[in-house]
Design a protein around this ligand. Structure first.
Ligand code: PGA
Length: 256
């Protein structure tokens, strides 16, 4: 059975001291918590090295929030996948909606980032999700399918279980309005169906499909109980160690 994954995406928050405090507090509380979930933390680039040193004694994995598709070169301000591997990252978030919408990352850029991550032994967490107007126009499943097509088009069949997928409806991110169990289940089922149709039935079963968008301690148990949810991508609530650890604990050691 798939081990659920809970990822804390700290976004552009925290200097070195604040990130160190949060990493210490999260690791400390998690060590006293029972959960069957694997946990990863994605601090800002500047804190990856120091947070890595704090997490070294724990099972918590290090994640980056983005990477470039090239290995090195004249790309001012960018960080490459081998650099992330070098600093100790295990995961990298790719295609987050804040990057798609505010920094105009295209499907093509996201596909290239995903391939670069895989090439350098990083597990990409591919984010996909519809905007509110796309949902209102009943285009959710079409949008999800197109995002998957674009990101996974170059992927060899055998490589599909080397990544995670996070369904994050754009309208649910940072808004306090999470998707309902029915909405999540419908999209997660369609992602699963897509994976089976394009990568074979066993591959389609092993890939984790996470949910993200206003995950909080008070909705985490409901989300963790949805059979098609294999983990959570947590933004705002991961900036508070107690809230984040409560969310992790919603995946109790025995299946809910
Ligand atoms: P949120 O962010 O939990 O603050 O809604 C989720 C995300 O952007 O991954």
């Amino acid at each position: 059975m798939t081990i659920p994954l809970v990822v804390g995406n700290w976004k552009m928050n925290g200097g070195l001291a604040a990130c160190a405090d949060l990493a210490h507090a999260t690791a400390d509380l998690l060590s006293r918590q029972n959960s069957r979930a694997m946990v990863a933390l994605a601090p800002p680039f500047t804190a990856l090295g120091s947070v890595k040193n704090i997490l070294i004694a724990s099972d918590i994995k290090l994640a980056a929030q983005n990477c470039h598709w090239e290995e090195s070169g004249a790309f001012t301000g960018e960080i490459s996948a081998p650099m992330l591997r070098d600093i100790g990252c295990h995961f990298v978030i790719v295609g987050h909606s804040e990057r798609r919408h505010q920094l105009y990352e295209s499907d093509d850029m996201i596909a290239r980032k995903l391939m670069a991550a895989l090439k350098h032994d990083l597990r990409p967490i591919l984010c996909i999700g519809e905007t509110l107007s796309q949902r209102h126009r009943n285009e959710t499943l079409k949008v999800i399918g197109a995002q998957l097509d674009a990101a996974l088009k170059g992927l060899a069949k055998g490589a599909i279980d080397k990544l995670e997928i996070a369904y994050e409806p754009v309208w649910a991110i940072g808004t306090g309005q999470n998707a309902t169990a029915e909405q999540i289940d419908q999209v997660h089922n369609s992602i699963r169906e897509y994976l089976k149709n394009n990568f074979g039935s066993s591959a389609g079963e092993s890939v984790r499909v996470l949910y993200g968008g206003s995950v909080k301690p008070d909705n985490a148990s409901m989300l963790a109980r949805i059979a098609t949810v294999n983990g959570l991508l947590v933004g705002g609530a991961s900036l508070n160690a107690e809230s984040f650890v409560k969310i992790v604990a919603s995946f109790s050691p025995t299946v809910n």
